[in-house]
Ligand binder design. Structure first.
Ligand SMILES: [Zn+2]
Length: 331
């Protein structure tokens, strides 16, 4: 009975049913396209880990071309969505453009994930043999760190507030005690609620290797922007987001990947210290670690990437992306 009912509906396709069918066909096409692209990569899985460690799998042939094509298509689709929004286009038109962008991103995500699966945890493929000895804070360390940071702040706040008030007049003694309670609970929240502006990932830098630069350190082209800073310089989250990953042991050394609300990811690599934990929330300008020289480097610097997915191989030019967030990086 149910089937008959369904076929009855299909024989009279409504607008939504037609669009659902075309979406299904598009998804089917993408799956087939992915299968064609991914299967050749999955075949030499025995050697894939070693190849990815040396950077060869990321930098070679069809894979590099396919990912680069998808990244460009995504950026064109994103630019179209932006243009439509600015021009106040009809909502269905914007939605369709956004759906197209999401479909390209999903395809790229699947493609990269298929290869990333062979790489595994970067710690586990550490070629230097330092696996398991990365200075990423553990859960207990991070909590202790937070506790240490919080407790003295609270003390100083109450000290600062109670002292001048009690000293003013004896009449004020009662009032501050009642006022103080809501203030103490509100103070930590209010600085976080206003929209903090996006920021550069570090300060006091000069720009060294740029995006797509060629060099012996990279299998193909440089996938991010390097900020030359001394070791131990604070590194900040450029915008609000969630910590997607903190890893170490591969060519990027200690790294943090943050997911932003617009769906883009930023990566901060070669750190000497990581302040944040996976899953934690970060705000714009929040310190997430210290610069360093871990991983495949010739000296201390911050390697900063903007990606469509959390994975290597989906990077977009980072400086124009920051400019769109009103962040001017000084050359
Ligand atoms: Zn770099």
């Amino acid at each position: 009975m149910r089937r008959e009912h369904r076929t009855g509906l299909q024989s009279l396709p409504t607008g939504s049913a037609r669009s659902a069918r075309s979406a299904f066909l598009l998804a089917l096409f993408l799956v087939l396209l992915l299968a064609l692209l991914v299967v050749p990569a999955a075949v030499p899985s025995g050697t894939a880990s070693a190849a990815v460690v040396s950077g060869a799998a990321d930098g070679d042939g069809w894979f590099r071309k396919a990912t680069a094509r998808a990244v460009r298509a995504h950026e064109r689709a994103r630019a179209r969505v932006d243009r439509l929004r600015e021009a106040d286009a009809r909502p269905p038109k914007i939605e369709a453009a956004e759906e197209r962008r999401m479909a390209i991103r999903a395809g790229l995500w699947d493609l990269l994930w298929a290869v990333e699966r062979n790489v595994g945890d970067p710690v586990a493929v550490d070629p230097s043999g330092r696996a398991g000895h990365c200075p990423v804070p553990t859960r207990s360390h991070a909590q202790q760190h937070q506790r240490h940071q919080r407790s003295p702040k609270k003390k100083t706040r109450t000290m600062q507030r109670t002292k001048p008030r009690t000293l003013k007049t004896p009449q004020d003694l009662k009032k501050p005690q009642t006022v103080q309670v809501p203030q103490a609970t509100q103070v930590p929240k209010t600085p976080q609620t206003p929209h903090r502006p996006w920021t550069a990932p570090t300060r006091g830098y000069w720009l060294s290797a740029g995006f797509a630069a060629q060099g012996s350190r990279w299998a193909h082209r440089h996938t991010g922007q390097d900020f030359a800073v001394g070791a131990g310089t604070p590194v900040y989250a450029v915008g609000p987001g969630t910590v997607r990953a903190t890893t170490c042991g591969d060519g990027f050394g200690n790294q943090v990947v943050v997911r932003h609300p617009d769906g883009y990811f930023t990566q901060y690599a070669h750190l000497s210290h990581i302040d944040v934990r996976k899953g934690g929330h970060v705000s714009a300008g929040q310190r997430i670690g210290l610069s360093g020289a871990t991983g495949n480097v010739t000296g201390p610097h911050l390697h900063f990437e903007v990606r469509i997915t959390p994975y290597m191989g989906s990077a977009v030019p980072p400086l124009p992306w920051l400019r769109r967030k009103d962040v001017q990086v000084i050359h």
